[in-house]
Design a protein around this ligand. Structure first.
Ligand code: MN
Length: 738
């Protein structure tokens, strides 16, 4: 048999050539990501079962079904999926090669998942009659694998019912189903089933690059991991080595470019989950079948899920993404012996178990109850409960990280948090985002930040979109700069200095009472029109100052955006207060903000925000507009518990025409913050004097300096005394007392 989809190949070769002209040479090989060994390794002898477990491991797997609640609920879900009383639907009929009928997608997803569920029950059910009935159903389903119109449909059609992003999961489902029941097959049946699975393997092998010719994004990697799994399920097939070789080659193209070396996925958290549903099974299959352990290459990916999660255990809705949980439990068993920098002694397995165990799944459970879809983005194709059961190991303890909770990644994300475990009063989490832009699912969010404090999501990214990828609300709002805590110059978003160049991290401090970083991004063609330096300092473990400096070659329109999540906004003079109700995203809380931006116009606007698919609404944000070549703006963010009116914390805008300044008065200290667009001018604010672009001085009520920070300066004096001096313009920060 020859895959009918081969007829699409000639057209696709030219598309591929076109795409190669578009991307700069070497773009996809020049980032910091990772790859696994290119040489495909197959076992000397084909053995079944072998993908998820060996025959010798079946008794232990059976014991897992009833060992704890986790096992019982997953086993129950699997039995529901393996429904013998449900009649098998007839194969659908397509209207043409571009058919987008979701019923066709659902057919292949449901039947391949059912095959997998029946196959497991055929192995694990306690009585022989049940096992035999499910074995018969599995065989029936495998003999129908890929019937219907799949080979007449063109996966390249946008929204195709047989899109390549689904085909990887179907292959992995059938691979697992076949692997379970293969030893019980007679030779003729075995050959028929193998022929059906090999037909699709051959089709994916031949069309993989044709389906996704432009960039090695998830549409390339997802079917590639599926192709790898089917090669490992049919390793004695004469093409298995070719399939596996191409699978690894294509998946490596994705992981080299879309992951940073420290595990940040540049398509965002949603596509990370969506990809995980394919790379996780492949990693287990490759290790179990061929003895090749590629989990170490992926270790930074799982570590970054722990690093990036907020206090609820959620990954950010950055890029085309909703918030996502950390399903790290699926990988824990693979890292039993892996040392991690996140803990001084516990293996990574325990931290992965902890991250899932402490993840608040309530918003995702609600979404599933509302629309039937779970958090994987692959509910129609990926049986999460099966893989949860297969990877579950109740003996792995849950251990929180003991590494310092403030992490600055070379890949460009920084996470400042008060603690790995605090979810109550005083909770603080800030994500500072400056990751080199990748060419798929990108949003114009350079140097943006997210703040979660007092258990509530505050400063926000507007998210993916309302609910679908298509639709003007996404391209006209959600992925634009104004939907993010960022700046624009002449209406254009910040860019990187070169392809794959991470925005420079110019300065860092991480000491008790003062944590911060300065990053740099650029505006204009090739980043030549203007430089933007943004520093974020977290002060006294409590509040934040965001210092923005823009220096352009020529005057232009400088705009800024401050988004603070799902709050109502009240303005009192220079103070803006966002008030949050207790909701599915966190506790009742408040965020007080002050903006010092002399010469800029501030306006309160409304913009749409989505954390979870479908749960969208408009919320207030602040826009800043100015015209000039140089600007220095200060934004103060002071989170507070609900009902904290009358607290001793206040701030005063002391800006002049030449510099921005804020004075903070707290219960036990005072902070001075000054900034100027063109450093070098002598600035005097009460008894604080400096020539720096930015200076921060925090003093106790008796006037003793507790902390200070200077960016791009040579001197800082307080109360007539020079407390810091440098020969050349530089940066400094000191904590004299916390
Ligand atoms: Mn966004």
């Amino acid at each position: 048999m020859k895959p009918a989809s081969l007829i699409f190949l000639p057209l696709v070769v030219s598309l591929s050539a076109l795409a190669r002209d578009k991307a700069p040479a070497g773009l996809y090989e020049s980032y910091t990501g990772f790859a696994i060994a290119a040489e495909p390794v197959l076992p000397a002898k084909e053995t079944h079962p072998s993908l998820w477990f060996s025959a010798a491991e079946i008794p232990a797997l059976k014991a897992r079904l009833t060992a704890d609640d986790f096992g019982r609920t997953r086993w129950s879900a699997i039995q529901k999926l393996a429904n013998l009383s449900a009649p098998l639907p007839p194969a659908p009929v397509a209207t043409g090669p571009g058919d987008k009928n979701e019923a066709i997608h659902k057919y292949y997803g449901a039947l391949s998942m059912a095959a997998r569920a029946h196959a497991l029950v055929a192995l694990l059910a306690s009585d022989e009659a049940t096992r035999a009935a499910h074995r018969a159903r599995t065989i029936e389903l495998l003999l129908r694998a890929y019937d219907g119109p799949i080979f007449q449909l063109d996966s390249r059609t946008q929204g195709s019912a047989v899109d390549e992003i689904y085909r990887g999961s179907w292959l992995q489902n059938y691979a697992a189903a076949y692997d379970c029941i293969q030893p019980s097959l007679d030779r003729a049946t075995d050959e028929k089933i193998r022929a059906r699975l090999a037909l699709e393997a051959e089709c994916v092998y031949e069309n993989l690059y044709a389906w996704t010719p432009d960039s090695p994004h998830n549409h390339l990697s997802k079917p590639a991991w599926g192709l790898g799994s089917i090669a490992l399920a049919l390793p004695s097939h004469s093409h298995a080595k070719l399939w596996l070789g191409r699978a690894i080659e294509a998946a490596n193209k994705n992981t080299r470019y879309f992951f940073s070396g420290d595990g940040i996925y540049r398509e965002g958290s949603h596509y990370l989950m969506f990809s995980l549903t394919n790379f996780l099974p492949f990693l287990y299959h490759y290790r179990n079948v061929s003895g090749v352990d590629a989990f170490p290459a992926f270790q930074p990916v799982f570590e970054d899920m722990i690093e990036a999660r907020n206090s609820h255990g959620w990954l950010p809705n950055i890029e085309d993404s909703y918030i996502r949980p950390t399903p790290t439990h699926l990988a824990a068993a693979a890292y039993r012996n892996a040392h991690t920098r996140l803990h001084s002694s516990a293996p990574l397995a325990e931290l992965l178990a902890w991250s899932y165990a402490t993840c608040d799944l309530a918003p995702f459970e609600k979404a599933r109850a509302d629309d039937g879809f779970n958090y994987t983005g692959a509910s129609l194709d990926y049986p999460l409960e099966i893989e949860e059961l297969l990877t579950h190991d109740a003996s792995i303890r849950a251990t929180a990280p003991d590494l310092t909770p403030n992490i600055i990644l070379a890949g460009g994300q920084s996470y400042f948090r008060d603690s790995w475990t605090n979810r109550g009063a005083g909770q603080r989490y800030l994500l500072f985002h400056g990751v080199a832009v990748a060419d798929n699912h990108n949003h114009d969010d350079q140097l943006s930040f997210l703040l979660e404090a007092e258990g509530q999501m505050m400063c926000s990214d507007s998210g993916y979109s309302r609910g679908t990828y298509t639709g003007e609300e996404r391209t006209k709002w959600y992925n634009t700069a104004p939907a993010h805590n960022t700046l624009t110059f002449d209406g254009k978003p910040a860019v990187d200095s070169a392809p794959n160049a991470t925005p420079p991290s110019l300065f860092r401090v991480d000491q008790p009472g003062l944590v911060g970083e300065e990053k740099e991004a650029f505006f204009g063609k090739d980043g030549k029109a203007a430089a933007w330096r943004r520093a974020i300092f977290w002060i006294a473990g409590d509040y934040y100052v965001v210092a923005d400096r823009v220096n352009a070659k020529q005057s232009g329109k400088i705009a800024g955006y401050l988004h603070a999540g799902r709050g109502t906004l009240a303005t009192d003079g220079g103070q803006r207060t966002w008030t949050y109700s207790a909701d599915r995203y966190g506790s009742a809380a408040q965020l007080h903000t002050w903006i010092a931006a002399p010469g800029a116009t501030l306006a309160e606007k409304k913009g749409e925000l989505t954390y979870i698919k479908g749960d969208y609404a408009e919320f207030p944000y602040v826009g800043l507009d100015a015209t000039g070549a140089d600007a220095a703006w200060l934004t103060l963010l002071k989170p507070a518990p609900a009902g904290s009116a009358g607290s001793a914390f206040t701030a005063t805008d002391r800006s002049t025409a030449t510099f921005s300044a804020l004075l903070v008065s707290a219960a036990d200290h005072r902070s001075f913050m000054v900034a100027q667009g063109k450093p070098g001018t002598h600035v005097k604010l009460d008894d604080v004097e400096t020539d720096a672009a930015f200076a921060l001085v925090r003093r106790d009520l008796a006037g003793h300096v507790l902390t200070f920070a200077v960016l791009d300066g040579t001197s800082l004096s307080v109360a007539g005394k020079e407390i810091w001096r440098a020969e050349k313009v530089t940066n400094a920060a000191r904590v004299l007392a916390p």
